[in-house]
Design a protein around this ligand. Sequence first.
Ligand code: UT7
Length: 335
Amino acid sequence: MKLMVSNLRAVGIVGLGAWLPEQKITNHDLMKLVDTSDQWILTRTGISERRKASAEEAASDLGTKAAQKALAMAKVKAEDVDLIIVATVTPDMFFPATACLVQKNLGAVKAAAFDLSAACSGFLYALAVGSQFVATGAYDTVLVVAAEVLTKIVNWEDRHSCILFGDGAGAAVLQAVEKDTGFLSFDLGADGTGGDLLKVPAGGSRKPACQETVQNKEHFLVMSGNEVFKFAVKAMADTSLKALEKAGLSQEDLACLIPHQANTRIIEAVRKRLGLPAEKVFINLDRYGNMSSASIPVALAEAVEKGYLHKGDLLLLVGFGAGLTWGSAVMKWVV
Ligand code: UT7
């Protein structure tokens, strides 16, 4: 997918926001729930702690707070937003869309709103979709939100998965930017044959909720960790190279790689395949775990806040997730 057709506008992120619930769950806390250890979690995943939403907090609450920060940074009023896309696998409910709830919370009265489901690749998919509207001139301001409350869908008795995930939200405001800046390329992909590797089996139209599905804990996330691990390394490296090629760039041109924060061993394997030095890869999963679609925007917001990214820097965002899905974007940073 190329955005460099001459009559299209260049599109970039002009505002970013992240919001994380206050409560921290440490590896030591998890040792009270399942048979695990701080050392196992740290060495096998790189995670020390993750955040947990309160019983009252849902995806739209986290997403709204991240969106308010992104709008403030972009100096955009909520009523000027044309479209809101929320990427999430933990929507408040089946419908209405979480994006409509965020729209109401923000008072974004003229915005169209819909949700997008691409799991951990959701933020990248939503950036790609949202930027098309700005590139064509259909809309001037698109708000992309990634909000997840994964702690409410993990099985706290399954040590293979409950140690990995955390809650959080990130948001980005997309607008037209100077030519040859902002998004330079996207690469998106999917392989539905791997759908069983990471899923919530029940609660949808295939297996509606009933007493039996609740008893069998089929409303919780199930995952084949090793299979997903192998897929992740290959998919992230391949999609990164494709996005770089589409942008006419190579790895050496990059100032920064912001990968989906799932496992430091996955990130390290991808870094090596891409031949990037460790200091160019931004990692924050030690503090937040895997927040699915929210991982990349939260990491991006932190990278900017910490002065890790500067105007004019070339960066690569890359992710993978359930579906299976993957995606990447090459950008020239504009703020
Ligand atoms: O956004 C996408 C979401 N999914 C992912 O990113 C998942 C990708 N996969 C992974 O990150 C890794 O596969 C895991 C972290 C999930 C697992 O790490 P692993 O190195 O692949 O471990 P394993 O599943 O091969 O398990 C090794 C051993 C097993 O023991 P045995 O059977 O060899 O005796 C597990 O039972 O480690 C055991 N184990 C644990 N031990 C302590 C599994 N989970 C735990 C645990 N604490 N939490």
